[in-house]
Design a protein around this ligand. Structure first.
Ligand code: NOJ
Ligand code: CA
Length: 704
């Protein structure tokens, strides 16, 4: 990560002057369009946010409550105000663009209690052209050293009954459909298509929603609320006051009901509000990444983008199994395990996938269910079932390593924890040493089920620390990580570039074992879950009907062309070709797009977007002149006109357009597609007809 230039424009400390502190303190973004105001009213801190003189966030509370009802939210005076400005560009190791500008103005307001304790709390605002970030900082001081936060009072008071794209405030999962409703109608119980049993267990409050929360006002303003740099603190959910259109921080509690254990000096994560009158600007924003610390890894040359296949979908659809035996007690009279006969991760099957990946230039191969312990991986009673190093008897790790090496395929490790983070912590070094020994360069982790330590939640402070610990430890062994069932990301892939992806949302896999995802799902995810970072969504399913062995009526809510478009619209430097080799064999011409498409980018153009309706994105492959376009729609068909004015002027390109067939429809005819080849230039406008639940994918390769 190289810093190109960096300078501090001004630093004014008003404490140098013996003047009364201004109230309110106001600060504008570099372009002058956004303005944050901070003020004390009777010693209580508030902020508000305006955009071009229109209110975005009305007067809203700031402050914290510590345990035993100690307040850190009132009786304050302003002791000091420091303003500064910052402008640098930096290069992400992997990303949507090669260079990112980090340009903001900042103000730190130092508050001091007027009471005897005189405790100090700093509030820091950074105002960007595309949004506001702010956090609490706790300076070193005698009367606040170790402390426990029970509540955060930060509020986001909205100006009206905005449209919201939300999922319910489950402390342990983000794997929901998005509901679209007015703020006044947010009601987890009415959320469509989700199992109420699941909500019942984990949601203490039916009016809590998760972030990133996407909002749209009646005037067409887009507002996105999330957080950045979530370390050593619980995730923030939002409590919804439906009558006042007011949102307030709802921190995920620990097993004792507390929120965060901190020491001074220290700080909270950044609270983020991205705002624009263009939906495309929301998707293009890099503010969350900018609010994260630069890379902690000095050497990042081993971190590479990756396309991969998996001995995986066949387990998801019930064709094979993760388990080797029927149950843990399936021992023969000689004491050996009795195989149940359907184990996916067997050497011969793995070699079949290696052959296919090698033949088609897909670099990585994930194998799940290779190690002992799967017979007891679910249920809250287990803790030590996995040791992460013992293969089942039919998975010959030496033979597979050697075969993959010969065929130029990189094996991807799988470490499912079943939620037992304590057990994984104990085995981390052994697990990563095993990966180094057998040349595994990346690992997919998973946290299905309730967390051990019992009573902790996936999104609480203890687990937040665990996820960071895993990313740091992996980096020591030069291993890249893709976490499933982790907390949703907050831009930490800037700080830990080896933390290349997360699931932390409702992935394509739900189509295998449930009613699936709605046709609009992928038009909402980039505005919500992906605002924090890349998602391992696992696109590329070609067999869209009659794939689930125990549910022949099940079908995906998408066309085949849309599955291709997702490689562009769903950003990730790690992209899976998720379907079975035989289903790709059946559509070699369409599979060509998956083989060709880039995974790491020099440039990205968000061409059109509306949450819940459609998204069209063009991206230029890193270090190459090739562009790729993805266009998707929801349940409605749509015509999209794409001016190719992002292409180099005066250059000819071969466009290969993979589009929905004439009668394609996600429900009645999902696998109908056509492929068209033509020569285009930067003045060409491509007209695309997207089917209901459909999409289009285009590769643009310069003519030599
Ligand atoms: C859930 C993950 O999301 C999925 O991809 C994986 O196959 C299973 N857990 C088993 O680890
Ligand atoms: Ca999952």
């Amino acid at each position: 990560m190289k810093k190109c230039f960096q300078f501090l424009l001004l630093l004014i400390s008003t404490s140098l002057f013996a003047v009364e502190q201004p109230n309110p303190v106001k600060l504008k973004s570099p372009d002058g369009n956004l303005e944050v105001s901070f003020y004390l009213k009777n010693g209580i801190p508030y902020y508000s946010l305006n955009r071009k003189n229109a209110v975005v966030i009305k007067e809203s509370r700031l402050g914290l409550i510590l345990t035993e009802n100690q307040s850190l939210d009132k009786d304050f005076k302003v002791a000091d105000i420091q303003e500064s400005a910052f402008n640098e560009t930096w290069k992400p190791v992997l990303g949507e663009v090669s260079t990112i500008q980090n340009h903001y103005k900042s103000v730190k307001i130092s508050l001091e209690e007027t009471s005897k304790l005189k405790r100090r709390l700093d509030v820091v605002f950074k105002v960007y052209n595309d949004g506001l970030g702010f956090r609490y900082e706790f300076p070193k001081q005698a009367n606040l050293q170790f402390f426990v936060i029970s509540r955060e009072l930060t509020a986001f008071n909205l100006t009206g009954d905005h449209k919201a794209f939300w999922i319910p405030g489950d402390y342990d999962s983000n794997e929901y459909h998005y509901a679209t409703s007015k703020i006044s109608e947010v009601d987890a119980w009415k959320q469509p298509l989700i199992s109420k049993g699941k909500l019942n267990k984990n949601i203490p409050d039916q009016y809590a929603v998760q972030t990133p929360l996407m909002l749209k006002t009646a005037d067409g303003l887009y507002i996105n609320i999330h957080e950045a740099a979530l370390v050593n603190y619980p995730a923030m959910q939002l409590h919804v006051d439906r009558s006042n259109y007011s949102l307030s921080a709802n921190l995920v509690p620990d097993a004792l009901g507390n929120s965060a254990y901190l020491r001074a000096p220290g700080n909270t994560p950044w609270r983020t509000i991205i705002v624009s009158d263009k939906a495309t600007d929301i998707l293009a924003s890099k503010m969350i990444l900018n609010l994260n610390e630069p890379s902690k890894l000095a050497n990042t040359s081993w971190i590479k983008p990756l396309k991969y296949m998996g001995v995986w979908w066949e387990m998801q659809i019930g064709k094979s199994n993760w388990n080797y035996t029927f149950d843990v007690d399936s021992l023969s009279s000689t004491g050996t395990l009795i195989p149940q006969g359907n184990h996916g991760a067997n050497t011969a099957n793995v070699k079949r996938y290696i052959d296919f990946a090698s033949k088609n230039g897909i670099k990585g191969l994930l194998v799940e269910g290779w190690n002992t312990g799967w017979e007891e991986w679910t249920g809250n009673w287990k803790e030590n079932n996995f040791d992460y190093v013992t293969p089942y008897p039919d998975f010959n790790v030496e033979e597979i390593t050697e075969y993959a090496k010969q065929k130029g395929v990189e094996m991807i490790m799988h470490n499912e924890t079943g939620g037992s983070a304590t057990n994984y912590d104990r085995h981390l070094d052994t697990a990563f040493r095993f990966m180094n020994k057998y040349s595994y360069k990346s690992v997919k982790t998973g946290y299905v089920g309730q967390i051990t330590p019992r009573g902790e939640h996936h999104d609480g402070q203890w687990m937040i620390e665990h996820f960071v610990r895993v990313a740091e430890k992996a980096a020591q062994y030069q291993v890249m990580v893709n976490m499933h069932e982790s907390v949703r990301p907050t831009g930490l892939n800037r700080t830990y570039p080896n933390w290349i992806a997360n699931e932390a949302g409702r992935g394509n896999e739900w189509n295998a074992f449930s009613d699936g995802n709605t046709p609009e799902h992928e038009t909402i995810l980039p505005f919500t879950r992906l605002m924090g970072g890349p998602m391992d969504y696992t696109p590329g399913i070609f067999k869209l009907r009659n794939y689930a062995s125990n549910a022949p009526d099940r079908q995906m809510h998408t066309t085949l062309a849309k599955q291709l478009a997702l490689y562009v619209t769903m950003y990730s430097p790690l992209q899976m070709a998720a379907d079975l080799p035989e289903n790709y064999e059946a559509h070699q011409d369409a599979f060509q797009f998956i083989k060709d498409v880039g995974v790491d980018w020099d440039d990205t153009k968000i061409l059109e977007a509306e949450p819940g309706d459609y998204i069209t994105i063009a991206r230029k492959e890193k270090g190459k002149a090739n562009w790729f376009v993805g266009a998707i729609t929801d349940e409605n068909s749509r015509q999209s006109v794409i001016p190719l004015n992002f292409l180099d002027k005066g250059r000819k390109y071969t466009a290969i357009v993979y589009k929905d067939g004439k009668d394609a429809d996600w429900k009645t005819n999902p696998e109908a597609y056509t492929i068209e080849k033509r020569i285009v230039t930067s003045s060409t406008k491509l007209k695309l007809n997207l089917a209901k639940g459909g999409g289009a994918a285009i590769s643009l390769i310069p003519v030599q």
